[in-house]
Design a binder for this molecule. Structure first.
Ligand SMILES: [Fe+2]
Ligand SMILES: [Fe+2]
Length: 161
C-alpha cells in the first residue's frame, strides 16, 4: 500500500487507541465518584474505540502494510461533573470526526477505493457517536444532574449494551 496512506492510517490507529485510553481513564474516574452507570458507559466506549483501532489494523495488514504503535499521550481527565465529562467526550469525538474526514479526503485524492469503502463505515459511526453523546448532554440540560436526576441518568447509562 501507498506509504502516505499507510502513515495516515497509522496516525488514525494511534488516535483510536488514545480515545480508548482517554475513555477508560474517565470510566475509572466515574467509579471513584460512585457513578457505576457512567463508568459502564465509558468502559463500553473504551471497547468500541479499541475495536475501531483493530479494524484499521486489520485493513492495513490485509493489504500487506505495516502498523507501528507509539506511546499513548493522553491527559488525565479532570472532574467537574458529569456534564463536564461528557462535554470533553463530545469535543474529542468532534476532533476524531475531523481526522476521519481528512483521511477520507486523502483516500479520494489517492484513489484508494478500499479505504474509501472502509471509511464510509467510520463516517457513519462518527455521526452515531456524536449523536449519542449529544443526547446525554441534552438530557443533562433538561433535567440537571443533582439528586434523583443524576441517579436516573446513571442508571440509564448503565443499561448500555
Ligand atoms: Fe473511534
Ligand atoms: Fe469514538
Amino acid at each position: 500500500m501507498n506509504k502516505k496512506i499507510q502513515k495516515a492510517i497509522n496516525d488514525q490507529i494511534q488516535a483510536e487507541f488514545e480515545s480508548a485510553h482517554a475513555y477508560l481513564a474517565m470510566s475509572l474516574l466515574c467509579n471513584d465518584k460512585s457513578l457505576p452507570g457512567c463508568a459502564h458507559w465509558l468502559k463500553s466506549q473504551w471497547q468500541e474505540e479499541t475495536g475501531h483501532a483493530l479494524k484499521l489494523v486489520e485493513h492495513v495488514h490485509s493489504r500487506g502494510g505495516s502498523v507501528t504503535l507509539k506511546n499513548i499521550t493522553v491527559e488525565q481527565p479532570k472532574w467537574t461533573n458529569v456534564e463536564g465529562l461528557f462535554k470533553t467526550v463530545l469535543r474529542h469525538e468532534q476532533a476524531i470526526t475531523i481526522s476521519i474526514n481528512k483521511l477520507y479526503e486523502l483516500a479520494l485524492a489517492e484513489k484508494d477505493y478500499p479505504l474509501q469503502i472502509l471509511l464510509q463505515w467510520f463516517i457513519n459511526e462518527q455521526v452515531e457517536e456524536e449523536g449519542s453523546v449529544q443526547a446525554i448532554l441534552d438530557r443533562i440540560a433538561l433535567a440537571g444532574e443533582a439528586g434523583a436526576s443524576l441517579l436516573f441518568l446513571d442508571r440509564q447509562l448503565g443499561e448500555r449494551a
